[in-house]
Ligand binder design. Structure first.
Ligand code: ZN
Length: 589
């Protein structure tokens, strides 16, 4: 492996790399650690990249696939599809980067993207200028791609192009950078071998620094129909111009992963019908958001959307809430009141946590679905209603039916078209998009600007297990925006309470969606600048010699570690040998 010729100035949260001029190609860090993650197991018919299965595909096969895509979808759609596929792969490799090199220099973490791209046989990456400073919000990456596989494949499939064609690779660069820095970074090819240039040249900058980013961002939108009714052709992430979030932002759907897109596709299939839809998924996956989207793209969009969380209403009031009450139906029912069914007439009624309905409400709901009419509590006549019911549950309704807690006939009525919404751990490629989206949303909502996320914050965000799914991620980002100092980057302690972190959070994905612990914080973290200032000021005020401060820290660490030197060394951010040496020296003095 060649020596590291990179002429860089490294700072805590910044990268600066510039080519030295002719003949001096700056190299990124040693890639043997990544290469070691690539394993061939021919006896099992498997190739692994880290924990994920991979395949070897000849470039000519890729060219054939590309030709088919171009012919069947047209250039525009083929480009969008390949850009999204690349984006997802890039976002995934950002997770690999923090898992593999999370405790190293930011430059090394960043290098994983270009190095994976090289290792996988796409391109040889030559950095021209890379300047990244998280605190100052600077992000500029300029690189040359030598021998782009995608450009060659495009020429083979469709001949020389008029425009740049490395769509999947450019999506990869955008996905990797956006995920690794928690803000939307858009890459473009300013030259492309596929268009006759000697090599491809790419530039990556934050979305808001490109004046016409929309043009490229539309290739990342998950599907033409998703969000189309909200903002036409708005990208899955928006520029961070700081405009206040519009009320519709709460309903905005974000994602590019295959699990998310598959759920969206089903939504689109059923939207034009009047069929009942059952949304299945864990708490916090965004079932109400999906229900609202379904309503907006359905024929009922002009009608009302009414939501009710069945678990949030006391059992004895649920019937009145759903079907309304007639005057004097019971003590306290002074006035006649419409229920949710009547209010949703002509529109969509979303019933969340449907599994908690009691027997009486189940019977009435079944009747409303069958007869298309309801009867108010205390009423004697029925009223026709025209409502599409979208139900949601996070429990196993089949089990509830078997156990006799849920009516089988109602279950079949509701389960005409089930859509499973995957938990966030099964769509981790979307974390980057979601982080960017929520950051914009909460900066607007709280009227506050932050410059982005520190490297430690991103490592924590990408590796957190998210038992609370998208809602948890949203809460975490809101907390970060509130806690971080104005104009500065969000750090890990702004996002997570310390006790939330090591045990539950330091988990990484395996291909089956399960999580496994990884040793992401093996080394002591870089200290918080302000905390250091505090301690230094106090020590100077007390005229305390540095040696005494150091000795005190060592003594305290050993005490806290209960005499376990390895543990104490970790607390101090030094090796066990270093600590043993210091202790020995202290004894001598
Ligand atoms: Zn190219």
């Amino acid at each position: 492996m060649s020596t590291n010729k990179m002429n860089g100035r490294f700072e805590r949260a910044s990268i600066r790399i510039e080519a030295e001029g002719q003949g001096a190609v700056p190299r990124l860090s040693d890639l043997r650690d990544i290469a070691a993650r690539l394993r061939f197991a021919p006896e099992d018919g498997r190739i692994w990249i880290d924990d994920e299965r991979a395949v070897l595909l000849r470039a000519s096969v890729f060219a054939g696939l590309r030709r088919e895509l171009l012919e069947s979808l047209g250039a525009e759609k083929a480009r969008a599809l390949l850009t999204r596929v690349g984006y997802s792969a890039g976002a995934r490799d950002a997770t690999l980067a923090v898992n593999l090199r999370g405790s190293r220099q930011l430059t090394d973490v960043f290098a994983v993207g270009p190095q994976m791209h090289a290792l996988e046989g796409f391109v040889a990456v030559e950095p021209i200028r890379i300047e990244i400073d998280v605190e100052k919000g600077i992000h500029y990456v300029e690189q040359i791609w030598h021998d782009s596989m995608e450009a060659a494949a495009h020429i083979e499939a469709a001949g020389l192009a008029a425009e740049s064609v490395c769509w999947m690779q450019i999506g990869y660069a955008s996905g990797f950078n956006s995920a690794l820095f928690g803000r939307p970074i858009l890459f473009r090819e300013v030259a492309c071998r596929g268009a006759g240039d000697p090599h491809c040249q790419i530039i990556g900058k934050p979305v808001d620094e490109w004046c016409d980013a929309e043009e490229d961002l539309r290739f990342l939108t998950p599907g033409e129909f998703v969000n189309a009714s909200l903002v036409k052709r708005r990208a899955p992430f928006q520029d961070a111009a700081g405009a206040p979030a519009s009320p519709a932002d709460g309903d905005f759907m974000v994602g590019a992963s295959s699990g998310f897109l598959s759920a969206c596709g089903k939504l689109q299939q059923v939207a034009g019908t009047n069929a009942a839809v059952l949304l299945l998924g864990e708490t916090g996956v965004g079932k109400e958001r999906f229900a609202k989207m379904l309503h907006r793209v359905s024929l009922r969009a002009a009608g009302p959307f009414v939501a009710l969380n069945c678990a949030a209403i006391p059992e004895n009031l649920l019937e009145a809430e759903l079907f309304g009450v007639e005057r004097g139906a019971y003590t306290g029912a002074g006035e006649a009141r419409k229920g949710r069914f009547e209010r949703a007439d002509g529109g969509t009624l979303f019933l969340d946590e449907i599994g908690t309905l009691n027997e009486a409400s189940q019977a009435k709901l079944l009747r409303a679905l069958q007869e298309r009419e309801i009867e108010r509590v205390g009423g004697s006549s029925s009223k026709p209603v025209n409502v599409r019911v979208v139900a949601a549950t996070n429990v196993d309704l089949v089990a509830a039916v078997t156990a006799g807690r849920f009516r089988a006939d109602l279950y079949y009525r509701l389960n005409v078209f089930p859509i499973r919404i995957p938990p966030l751990r099964e769509r981790r490629d979307d974390i980057a998009l979601l982080v960017s989206h929520f950051l914009d949303k909460f900066m607007g909502l709280h009227g506050k600007r932050v410059s982005g996320f520190t490297h430690r914050a991103i490592a924590a965000l990408l590796s957190h297990a998210y038992p609370g799914n998208v809602r948890e991620l949203e809460n975490v980002i809101e907390r970060g925006v509130i806690m971080a100092p104005e104009g500065k980057a969000i750090d890990r302690h702004h996002l997570f309470e310390s006790d939330e972190l090591p045990a539950a959070s330091m988990l990484a994905m395996d291909p089956r969606g399960a999580v496994r612990p990884v040793n992401l914080v093996a080394e002591a973290d870089e200290p918080d600048e302000e905390a250091v200032q505090d301690i230094v000021a106090k020590a100077l005020d007390l005229a305390m010699p540095l040696r005494a401060l150091e000795r005190g820290a060592i003594r305290e660490a050993v005490k806290r570690a209960g005499g376990n030197l390895s543990h104490a060394a970790r607390l101090l951010g030094m090796s066990r040998a270093q600590l043993a040496y210091r202790l020995e020296k202290d004894k001598e003095e």
